[in-house]
Design a protein around this ligand. Structure first.
Ligand SMILES: Nc1ncnc2c1ncn2[C@@H]1O[C@H](COP(=O)(O)OP(=O)(O)OP(=O)(O)O)[C@@H](O)[C@H]1O
Length: 226
């Protein structure tokens, strides 16, 4: 990837949903550019469209108007397999609930996406152990998600998102289900890891205090960014 070009550029992004015959314009012309290495907080009240916006950038759903460019490639015009390739090469995801594979260990949960991306097992295991160790989980590598605390589960999810060295991490309320003290700690570790890897991130949150720790704050209101 060319280091000068934005990781993501949204131009006039729109999304309309229909509920019971009524149309709701959730996104009404969102413009946003994220530079390499930049961490952006996406604030907005419940229902303002934060998750919808992350789904657009994550190339997870269609139905959007406007232009979505990832690493200089216009995703809006790509067929499904092209979007999947772009997503795998550039994006990592963290959700409010960890979505770890319950039958696999913490280490395996971080190894598997790397195998899918074509890395060899030994390298993938070394990388997973290194990331999880950095998140303070060196003694939890062989635990399954059900044997981990909420904070530990979310740390594994963070490690998984970074495993393939994505250029952009999309995080939707990444610590939203944790108590305040744990949330603060896990978020700080998440930001350190993203910064250490030189990745960018777009982080949806309700929390002004957490948002203030990021490089830039954008606010979604009435379908546009302020
Ligand atoms: N698939 C869908 N069909 C119809 N309406 C939808 C759909 N997905 C989202 N919406 C509507 O779009 C609006 C924005 O939802 P979204 O989940 O993006 O908001 P949000 O800012 O992430 O909210 P929260 O902070 O509560 O998670 C809401 O009014 C929601 O009901």
């Amino acid at each position: 990837m060319n280091n000068d070009q934005p990781v993501v550029r949204l131009t006039d992004l729109t999304r309309t949903f229909e509920q019971g015959g009524v149309k709701i314009d959730v996104l009404r012309g969102v413009n946003l550019t994220i530079a390499p290495g930049e961490i952006v907080a996406l604030l907005g009240p419940s229902g303002s469209g934060k998750s919808t916006m992350l789904q657009a950038v994550g190339l997870l759903e269609g139905g959007f108007g406007g232009k979505i460019e990832i690493a200089g490639v216009d995703a809006s015009t790509l067929p499904t397999d092209g979007r999947t390739k772009l997503r795998r090469e550039h994006l990592g995801f963290v959700y409010q609930f960890h979505h770890l594979l319950p039958d696999f260990t913490a280490l395996e949960n971080v190894v598997i996406p790397q195998l899918v991306a074509g890395r060899d097992r030994v390298e993938a295991e070394e990388r997973a152990a290194e990331i999880l160790g950095g998140l303070g989980l060196e003694h939890r590598l062989e635990h399954r998600p059900s044997q981990l605390s909420g904070g530990e589960q979310q740390r594994v999810a963070v490690g998984r998102a970074l495993a393939n060295r994505p250029h952009l991490v999309l995080a939707d309320e990444p610590t939203g289900n944790l108590d305040e003290a744990t949330s603060d700690k896990v978020l700080a570790e998440f930001l350190d890891l993203v910064r250490g890897e030189g990745s960018s991130a777009l982080v949806a949150t309700h929390n002004e205090r957490l948002a203030a720790r990021m490089d830039r704050v954008v606010r979604l209101k009435d379908g546009i960014l302020a």
